[in-house]
Ligand binder design. Structure first.
Ligand SMILES: NC(=O)c1ccc[n+]([C@@H]2O[C@H](COP(=O)([O-])OP(=O)(O)OC[C@H]3O[C@@H](n4cnc5c(N)ncnc54)[C@H](O)[C@@H]3O)[C@@H](O)[C@H]2O)c1
Length: 257
């Protein structure tokens, strides 16, 4: 078991990549704090972990709020005694929108959830990791933070910032044996995909044609699955990655080439 006796807090674990990571981490021995805005989906992740005889609990959290960020770290430590792995995975998309039509509120919300939240969670998690002599921080960024698509200005910028924040945290915390790494998924088969295609979520033919446009840009010819990302997260969280920090890994079927 790669994460035996570790405690992992995963944000956005009520769906997609966060849920797949919660299930995989738990199968590998971790106890998992499932943080999400959505209570029903978060509780469902807990149920799925427990169904596989794993241990998890849910914390309702808006990762962009200071009080919630502090509360989710405290709740994890109160419940499981420590925090070894913080996986900043929660994020929000935008649908293809020309810059002239992007509302300032959307820009701000994307920066708050996709960037500021990583800073907030790290701020409260790091003192615990320093005290215990190390830890792992993971970040779900995106290949669009390296190679943007037209119409995703706020999203791509937020993910580029997340990649830089990964490096900034990694260099600052390396002396404390806290490793910080990011994952850059290509468009993925999760509930978020429909929201990239159309505001409010694409359906039917609109979804299929939008999905195909994404697939056509991936040299390996398919989109990511939530599990593709969970396996990379597992590797980076494990001791097998003990010399890796400040890096971001493209799990993108070659789109970033
Ligand atoms: N799906 C893709 O195409 C894709 C591609 C590249 C990167 N990503 C990134 O991967 C990560 C996971 O996305 P996913 O595809 O699993 O999406 P998803 O929509 O399936 O899951 C995201 C989860 O985050 C939660 N969330 C949103 N805002 C939150 C907040 N403020 N506080 C707490 N929880 C919040 C949602 O409730 C949801 O459960 C995100 O950071 C996303 O930007 C996704």
């Amino acid at each position: 078991m790669k994460l035996k006796d570790r405690v992992a807090l995963i944000t956005g674990a009520g769906s997609g990549m966060g849920r797949a990571s919660a299930i995989l981490f738990s199968k590998e021995g971790a106890r998992v704090a499932v943080a999400d805005l959505d209570e029903r989906n978060g509780q469902e992740t807990v149920r799925l972990v427990q169904k596989e005889k794993g241990e998890a609990f849910f914390i309702q959290t808006d990762v962009s709020k200071t009080v919630d960020a502090e509360k989710m770290i405290k709740a994890t430590v109160d419940k499981y005694g420590t925090l070894n792995i913080l996986f900043n995975n929660a994020g929000i998309p935008m649908s293809f929108t020309p810059v002239e039509e992007v509302k300032e509120e959307l820009w701000d919300r994307i920066m708050d959830v996709n960037v500021k939240a990583i800073f907030l969670a790290s701020k409260f998690a790091v003192p615990i990791m320093k005290k215990q002599g190390g830890g792992v921080i993971l970040i779900t960024a995106s290949i669009s933070g390296v190679r943007p698509r037209p119409g995703l200005s706020a999203y791509s910028t937020s993910k580029a910032a997340a990649i830089m924040l990964t490096k900034a945290l990694a260099i600052e915390f390396a002396p404390y044996k806290i490793r910080v790494n990011a994952i850059n998924p290509v468009a993925a088969e999760t509930p978020m995909l429909a929201h990239f295609i159309a505001s409010g979520g694409a359906k039917g033919d609109q979804f299929e044609s939008g999905r195909k446009r994404f697939v056509d840009t991936v040299p390996l010819g398919r989109l990511a699955t939530a599990e593709d990302i969970a396996y990379m997260a597992l590797f980076l969280a494990s001791d097998e990655a003990s010399l890796i920090t400040g890096a971001s890994f493209d799990v993108d079927g070659g789109r970033g080439i």
